[in-house]
Design a binder for this molecule. Sequence first.
Ligand SMILES: Nc1ncnc2c1ncn2[C@@H]1O[C@H](COP(=O)(O)OP(=O)(O)O)[C@@H](O)[C@H]1O
Ligand SMILES: [Mg+2]
Length: 248
Amino acid sequence: MKIIAVYSSKGGVGKTASAVNLAYTAARTGKQVLLCDMDSQGAASFYYRIKPKKKFNRSCLLSGDFYQFIRGTDYDGLDLLPAHFSFRNLDIALKEAQKEKSRKLLADLLLPLKSEYDFIVLDCPPNLTVLSENIILAADSIVTPVVPTTLSLLALEQLLKLLKKLDCRKEKILAFFSMVERRKALHLAVMEKYGKYRIFMKSSIPYTAEIEKMGLHRRPVGSGGNQSPAAHAYDLLWQEIGQRMSEK
Ligand SMILES: Nc1ncnc2c1ncn2[C@@H]1O[C@H](COP(=O)(O)OP(=O)(O)O)[C@@H](O)[C@H]1O
Ligand SMILES: [Mg+2]
């Protein structure tokens, strides 16, 4: 089992869109996949039309009593752990739990699922907190969307700093350019300048109405039957993630 965190400290960069579509792509290629919605806003759960059961909350997650709340999606091989509103305070709870346990709490919680899934994809909230530290330590790879703008690059720098602080290899980070608009000179310039660095994968995700409309259709882009350009872009990104992970 490999854990892939889709993470950036910046909001609105395409984390959820990527987590939802990459998890779907992985399942479509025959893998057993669990998508964990770690963001209390519950966007990934919304896209998959799944609401948490009434008894589910943050305490179930932190006590390890959450396996029963994992739900099947409409797609073969893809399960989802929905977010709960109480996840907004996951940081505070993790900090308290850490008095006795380590920053590896999330990793420990996911470990019993090892035999069930090939991949666990984490859709992460935009934080730089104890939860982020747990996510970074639990993940085999950190897939980081970077909109080709200066501020998005700052988030990548912050992530590198955090990895250093946690004594993790920077090769864990698999960055890609997200929401790319090729008609924008700034996007092209940033990609030209930074895309050559090894931290960036070659694949990128364009800014498209199809991805934007996922909120209306509430399903991954590749699930409509015909292979769209957006679905193709996620396929290529998933392939490259697989290649990079096998190189490590
Ligand atoms: N490649 C894209 N093209 C067009 N719209 C996108 C794309 N990726 C994300 N969006 C839209 O941008 C908004 C933020 O994306 P989201 O994935 O929720 O970001 P995050 O999870 O990083 O906050 C959403 O409305 C989403 O539909
Ligand atoms: Mg999100």
